[in-house]
Design a protein around this ligand. Structure first.
Ligand code: HEC
Length: 147
């Protein structure tokens, strides 16, 4: 076999390997139905939510005027099929609307855990991470994927 062929075979195998790894991760990888936050975290998140978000989004997340609801259909489907990192980035960069920099990533992860609990995604054993690299691996699915 010519060297160039060997190299391209090597590269192709490498890419194939990576692709397989990614799809394996997507298959067995977490989604919001797998229990990706803890109860304690959601309880902390509730307190922070009431302090920092509820004036606009409502005590029950029902939405008030311009501020949309953070529960049920319209909201849940907005983020359907996306990695949770995208929603988290939205929180990091834009919320609370009047002071997005004034709340730490950790507190925002707690608040997101609370939002998940209000949308009936199940709690689990590990807290929702606040690192982008980890949040990228968790998918937001509006409906529970079939087994
Ligand atoms: C000063 C009012 C205000 C506060 C406080 C506020 N928001 Fe918002 N939020 C809005 C408005 C208005 C929108 C829609 C327009 C926009 O995105 O700028 C919005 C949009 C959002 C969205 C996108 C909703 C969707 O349908 O995808 C999310 C998520 C969100 N806010 C979460 C939060 C969280 C979490 C907090 C607290 C950390 C918070 N907001 C605090 C006013 C606010």
């Amino acid at each position: 076999m010519k060297l160039t062929h060997r190299i391209s075979l090597f590269v192709a195998t490498g890419i194939l390997g990576l692709t397989m790894q990614n799809s394996a991760m997507a298959q067995q990888g977490a989604n919001v139905w797998d229990g990706v936050y803890t109860k304690a975290q959601a309880v902390r998140g509730e307190e922070s939510y009431q302090e920092r978000c509820s004036a606009c989004h409502g005590a029950q997340m029902q939405g008030i005027e311009e501020a949309p609801t953070l529960i049920q259909g319209a909201f849940v489907y907005n983020w359907d099929g996306m990695p949770v990192s995208i929603l988290f980035q939205r929180l990091r960069e834009t919320m609370p609307l009047d002071d997005p920099k004034g709340t730490s990533r950790k507190i925002k992860a707690d608040i997101l855990a609370y939002i998940m609990s209000k949308n009936n995604f199940p709690e689990g054993q590990r807290p929702l991470p606040y690192q982008n690299s980890q949040l990228k691996r968790i998918q937001w699915n509006a409906l529970k994927p079939a087994e």
